[in-house]
Design a protein around this ligand. Structure first.
Ligand code: CTP
Ligand code: MG
Length: 254
């Protein structure tokens, strides 16, 4: 954290263990290139500009540990800034399981009773995250213990019958937000949230961490930014490459 009176220890979890099925790339999505960099290295570099992490844990897909290390050590953006300050850990089959794998590693570092530590969790797929959004969500979590970025919904929303594709109902968008990462939590909250979900043997299908924390702790939603899009489809990747001015061709080539 940056401000006076902020918690002293900030741990990061940057999720890189997804396959990128919807992107359809040969490599897991986090390792796909954007110019000379990758989604993962861009994400990390942008976060590190704003936050002094004690350590960043990076879940990677099974079998891609070496590739992950190569991506990090080969990044000129990260040169010098990451040495010794990150640890790789094998991710799980779902996003929730990947976060849990990393949280267990964080728990080994946070063992003093009552110690105040916070965890910032970010999707490597959001590689254009902007510094002011990061600052806002970190500040909100410092004040309230749990915060996420989001954006108010702007499109009209309809429930559509899946078989016939006929619009059945218009859903009010009032009060609906699209949720982004980073999400930032006091360690005790996020660890409890995941531990309880594991103990209850729930299916590990949460697509964001606020979903688990908000069951027992209010999560503040603070304004994010459109540029903090999640690369999900080939179109998203084309857009990110255009914005970064990278030299890659169309994403169909990855
Ligand atoms: N993620 C993860 N472990 C998983 C699944 C996802 O760490 N088992 C991470 C991804 O690497 C990504 C973030 O969670 O940074 C958001 O997930 P998503 O956009 O769904 O990425 P993928 O799961 O890789 O994509 P897809 O669902 O299209 O396969
Ligand atoms: Mg996924």
């Amino acid at each position: 954290m940056t401000g006076a009176g902020s918690p002293q220890r900030v741990f990061g979890i940057v999720l890189a263990a997804g396959q990128g099925t919807r992107l359809g790339s040969a490599l897991p999505k986090a390792f796909v290139s954007v110019g000379e960099e990758t989604l993962l290295s861009l994400s990390l570099a942008r976060l590190q500009r704003e936050v002094s992490f004690e350590k960043v844990f990076i879940p990677y897909p099974d079998g891609y540990g070496d590739r992950c290390r190569e991506v990090l050590e080969g990044s000129s953006l990260l040169k010098g800034s990451l040495r010794g300050s990150y640890e790789l850990c094998q991710g799980g089959d779902t996003r929730q399981q990947s976060v849990w794998a990393a949280l267990q590693r964080v728990s080994e570092e946070v063992d003093e009773e009552g110690e105040r530590a916070v965890v910032l969790i970010h999707d490597a797929a959001r590689c254009l995250v902007d510094p002011s959004s990061v600052r806002r969500v970190v500040d909100a979590a410092s004040l309230h213990g749990a915060a996420t970025l989001g954006l108010p919904q702007t499109d009209s929303l309809k429930r559509v019958e899946p078989e016939t594709s006929v619009a059945e109902e218009t859903v009010s968008r009032a009060g609906l937000w699209r949720i982004q990462t980073p999400q930032v939590f006091e360690f005790a909250h996020i660890f409890r949230a995941h531990r309880e979900a594991v103990e209850a043997q729930e299916p590990p299908t949460a697509t964001d961490d606020a979903d688990l924390v908000q069951r027992f702790c209010p999560v503040r939603v603070v304004l994010g930014a459109e540029q903090n899009l999640k690369v999900t489809t080939p179109w998203d990747l084309d857009l990110v490459r255009m914005l970064v001015g990278g030299s890659n061709g169309p994403s169909s080539a990855v």
